[in-house]
Design a protein around this ligand. Structure first.
Ligand SMILES: Cc1cc2nc3c(=O)[nH]c(=O)nc-3n(C[C@H](O)[C@H](O)[C@H](O)COP(=O)(O)O)c2cc1C
Length: 182
């Protein structure tokens, strides 16, 4: 059961657009469920007061949630402690779909939980992302070609839209049940 007329804000950071695409898919799924949803790039967000719940998404870079996401959470920590909140991230490690890559996904989740122990997300979506080497500088492209040989990861769009939609429905349920509890 979903509490109607809830306003949910989906905030995303995205250097190359794929995490933004995931945010759009989550928005669509929640909208179909009757939730009022807005998506905003993290740089556009100034206040969180008008929302019943918040979902924050970020790419992983260099084994970390990117700095602008971490800075955003640090800045808005006080209100995020009181709001029902969910996180999601996209990364290439999860494109490998192995036991090792799932462990890596858990490390990325734990990193955020440890960095902000007082913010208690009701769900953390772990998604394979997308990587397009042609959009990178020559230096980064060479570095990634090397990393891919080592890890076995492949360039391309690995986003699993079914998994994203399933997570969105589950996260929406958790956020709606939490309304009024915080
Ligand atoms: C500079 C850079 C560093 C990255 N570091 C990691 C990493 O440490 N682990 C990982 O699994 N993926 C890593 N990735 C892959 C991204 O997390 C993935 O491609 C993501 O979907 C990109 O999101 P975006 O298109 O929204 O920027 C990295 C990508 C870039 C460009």
């Amino acid at each position: 059961m979903t509490v109607q007329n809830r306003k949910v804000l989906i905030i995303y950071a995205s250097q190359y657009g794929s995490t933004g695409g995931i945010a759009d898919a989550i928005k669509k799924e929640l909208g179909e469920n009757g939730t009022i949803v807005e998506t905003k790039a993290i740089k556009e967000v100034t206040d969180l007061d008008r929302y019943d719940a918040v979902i924050i998404g970020s790419p992983i870079q260099y084994d970390r949630w990117i700095p602008e996401t971490r800075e955003f959470i640090a800045t808005h920590q006080e209100i995020l402690k009181k709001l029902p909140v969910a996180f999601f991230f996209s990364c290439m490690a999860l494109s490998l779909r192995s036991k090792k890559s799932r462990r890596q996904g858990q490390i990325y989740s734990d990193y955020l939980l440890n960095a902000f122990p007082e913010v208690k997300p009701l769900a953390i979506g772990q998604f394979a992302g997308a990587l397009d080497l042609t959009r990178m500088s020559i230096f980064l492209r060479m570095a990634f070609r090397f990393i891919m040989v080592i890890t076995g990861a492949k360039e391309g769009d690995h986003r699993d839209w079914n998994a994203i939609r399933t997570w969105a429905r589950d996260a929406d349920q958790r956020l709606s049940f939490a309304k009024g509890r915080f």
